[in-house]
Design a binder for this molecule. Structure first.
Ligand SMILES: [Ca+2]
Ligand SMILES: [Ca+2]
Ligand SMILES: [Ca+2]
Ligand SMILES: [Ca+2]
Length: 315
């Protein structure tokens, strides 16, 4: 569903579409989010310049665009808020809890309030209908306030405490994002919202959580990145663990799918030069350095804003 190479004729493209529909029958049931802003099916590189609320998008199939969306005090919260497979620009006003959307299908804009000055935005697809749901996490109480796009209802869940960092993702592969938090000891608490939960220690106080589906089984893996060594520690959903070195001090780690295989890749962003270092998940482990951004921009795939509000000292 997420792949439609333009070079293919309608025949094979339809077959590929069918294959993906069979593989991922429930909406966007893959645990991988392809952050595609222009509809070519490929994950794009996106950075945000907070001073002017400008988005810089580098399309992987060629081209780029610069778009202004947001204002002082907003943070980027892009997602699939309308029903095409193209990411919509969206920002969250940290002072008011207002969300501002620009829908890719219609280019129309809308605003909704969900949250307030003490909450962090944690949008994800919690009901599994393929549409990103508005949600916020309230650190002082550890409460999650989640909306459901399929019927407009809302729910509140106590899951977290104090300075735990929210990392929602689909950890069990049922197509719905799960509630998850990580504390300063590297303890992960995952609530699958089906009556079961999991606690596991994977990381420590110098690691940053970067969950993603790196083994390609449709379930997010528990992954911690060590800021000091640049090591990625993988606890695969399909079993097994791994340590891979990809990074160095002062970079921000990201999980995302920028290749062709719908499996998450490792990436780090080096602010001084605005360089992305990508390491693809395909068997060749191909690597690439791309300059996109500069020292005052932040890559949108890293949840730097939530992190900064919980951990005032960066890194
Ligand atoms: Ca869209
Ligand atoms: Ca949804
Ligand atoms: Ca799930
Ligand atoms: Ca996995």
């Amino acid at each position: 569903m997420r792949k439609h190479p333009s070079s293919l004729s309608p025949g094979p493209a339809a077959l590929i579409l069918l294959a993906f529909t069979v593989l991922f029958p429930v909406g966007r049931a893959s645990a991988v989010t392809v952050r595609d802003y222009n509809g070519d099916g490929r994950g794009d590189l996106a950075v945000y310049y907070p001073a002017s609320a400008t988005w810089y998008l580098l399309y992987r199939e060629g081209g780029s665009s610069v778009r202004q969306w947001g204002f002082k005090g907003t943070v980027p919260v892009p997602g699939f808020y309308d029903n095409d497979n193209i990411m919509d620009l969206a920002v969250y006003d940290t002072a008011t809890g207002d969300w501002y959307f620009q829908y890719s299908a219609t280019q129309s804009a809308t605003k909704r309030n969900w949250g307030w000055s003490q909450t962090l935005p944690v949008p994800a697809d919690y009901d599994g209908d393929g549409i990103t749901d508005l949600a916020v996490y309230h650190p002082p109480s550890g409460r999650w306030y989640v909306t459901y796009s399929h019927d407009g209802s809302a729910a509140t869940f106590p899951w977290g405490f104090g300075a735990t960092f929210p990392v929602p993702a689909d950890y069990n592969g049922d197509g719905r994002a799960d509630l998850a938090v990580v504390n300063a000891n590297g303890d992960w608490y995952i609530n699958y919202l089906n009556g079961t939960s999991r606690k596991v220690n994977w990381g420590w106080n110098l690691t940053y959580p970067v969950p993603g589906d790196f083994d390609g089984d449709g379930k997010a893996d528990i992954v911690s990145y060590d800021f000091k060594s640049g090591n990625w520690y993988f606890l695969y959903s399909g079993g097994g663990t791994a340590v891979k070195n990809w990074g160095f001090p002062t970079v921000w780690p990201m999980a995302g799918s920028w290749g062709d295989d719908n499996i998450d890749d490792m990436a780090v962003f080096y602010p001084p030069s605005g360089t992305w270092y990508l390491r693809y998940s395909d068997p060749t482990q191909k690597v690439e350095a791309v300059n996109w951004g500069w020292s005052e921009t932040v890559p949108i795939d890293v949840n730097i804003f939530n992190w900064a509000r919980l951990h005032p000292a960066p890194h």
